[in-house]
Structures are given as structure tokens and as C-alpha cells.
Design a protein around this ligand. Structure first.
Ligand code: G3P
Length: 217
């Protein structure tokens, strides 16, 4: 399973990247707004730090505008993945831009039907949003399972990029189903290291060790 980091916080990306935990980065207009930085400047900095794909999202709503913006974003660095929304115009832009050899991440996917269209349009990644489906009492993880089944049935090469990840369980559940990639905020990736029994066990080891009066070095 590949780990993408869903942020434009370069310090957080660097910390995870130094640990070998970053296979790519995803951003969107909300994430760029939260960073307070210029999209080209921050995206270039991320692309220089991370070897894998870095998703930069278009903001036009029409296909022509998305294509123009996508070509522009792709000039930032060779590892840019152009991110387009899963609309009819987004699919048109995906078809044109993927035909030019660009990598495409089709985002805001909320149904298996949408995911089929993205694969047909040449998407490199499909981004189903787990958390936002859970938010409205639908089953985000069931969507991942449906897309996995369909893509495997037809050997579609589009990679399933589980997005809108809100918990550690989302990551492990997506991994069990066979999502190719997860993208998660840095805090959730770091939370994967935590377990209450690890903390309890370590406290016990520390207490017992103190009683020995020994030092290792
Ligand atoms: O990758 C998509 C992700 O940023 C959306 O997450 O938590 O805003 O639904 P969220």
C-alpha cells in the first residue's frame, strides 16, 4: 500500500518523508487555502522534496479551463499529477490530459458508477471520499470494496486512492480491502504508531528498569 500525505504543510511532509513514509502528496483548493501560500510556490517546494506523484488540483469548472490549468500545473515539476473533479467536464479533461501523457487524479468520487467512468477516461488514480460518505450515514468503505471488485473484474489499471480519511481504522480497513493508495492528513498517519498497550507496557518497563539501577551505556 502506498502512502500519500493529504496536506500542503511542508514541515509535516518533510518529517514523514525523512522516515520513508511518503510515496506521494495530495492537495486540493481547500488545503492550499489552509496553507496560506501561493499554489505554484508551495507545490514546487513539495515536488522538490517528494519523489512520488504530487496532486495539484484545477479550479476551473469547464473542460477547456481545466485542460488549460492542468497543462499549466504540469509545468511546475515532472512529478505533478493533475487533479480534476469527477464531473462530465472533468472526465473530458481527464481524457485529453491523460492522452497527452499526464498523470490524472480524478477526485470527489462518491459512487462506483463514477469510478468506472474515471477508469474509462484514463485516470491514473480515482479518489473515493470515505469520510464524507460516512458523514451522511453512507458507507465509505463499502464504496472502496465495490470499486476494488469492479476494477479487478475488468483489470482496470486505475489505482484506487482512498481519500477523506479521518481515522486509523479507515487506513487499515482500506488496506484490507485492497486500496492501492491511501491519502491521509499527517496526524492520522502518525496516530497509526499509537496504542494504549504500547504506552502502558513502556511505562512498566521504565519503572522496572529504574529499580535495577543499571545503565546500558
Ligand atoms: O483527499 C481529499 C481529502 O482532502 C478530503 O478530506 O476530510 O476534507 O473530507 P476531507
Amino acid at each position: 500500500m502506498k502512502f500519500f500525505v493529504d496536506t500542503a504543510d511542508v514541515d509535516a511532509i518533510r518529517e514523514l518523508n525523512d522516515l520513508g513514509m511518503v510515496d506521494g502528496v495530495t492537495t486540493n483548493p481547500s488545503i492550499i487555502a489552509k496553507s496560506g501560500r501561493n499554489i505554484e510556490e508551495v507545490t514546487r517546494e513539495i515536488c522538490e522534496m517528494v519523489a512520488g506523484p504530487v496532486s495539484a488540483e484545477v479550479v476551473a469548472n469547464d473542460a477547456e479551463g481545466m485542460i488549460t490549468e492542468g497543462r499549466h500545473l504540469a509545468k511546475i515539476a515532472s512529478n505533478i499529477t493533475i487533479k480534476v473533479p469527477l464531473t462530465w467536464d472533468g472526465l473530458k479533461a481527464c481524457k485529453v490530459l491523460s492522452g497527452e501523457g499526464h498523470k490524472l487524479n480524478v477526485t470527489l468520487c462518491f459512487s462506483a458508477a463514477q469510478a468506472i467512468l474515471a477508469a474509462k477516461a484514463g485516470a491514473t488514480f480515482i479518489s473515493p471520499f470515505i469520510g464524507r460518505l460516512d458523514d451522511i450515514n453512507l458507507d465509505g468503505m463499502e464504496l472502496i470494496a465495490q470499486i476494488r471488485e469492479i476494477y479487478d473484474n475488468y483489470d482496470f489499471k486505475t489505482e484506487i486512492l482512498a481519500a477523506s480519511i479521518r481515522s486509523v481504522n479507515h487506513i487499515t480497513d482500506a488496506a484490507r480491502i485492497g486500496a492501492d493508495v491511501i491519502t491521509a492528513p499527517p496526524a492520522i498517519i502518525k496516530a497509526m504508531a499509537s496504542h494504549v498497550l504500547t504506552d502502558k507496557g513502556l511505562a512498566q518497563f521504565n519503572a522496572d528498569w529504574a529499580k535495577t539501577g543499571q545503565k546500558i551505556v
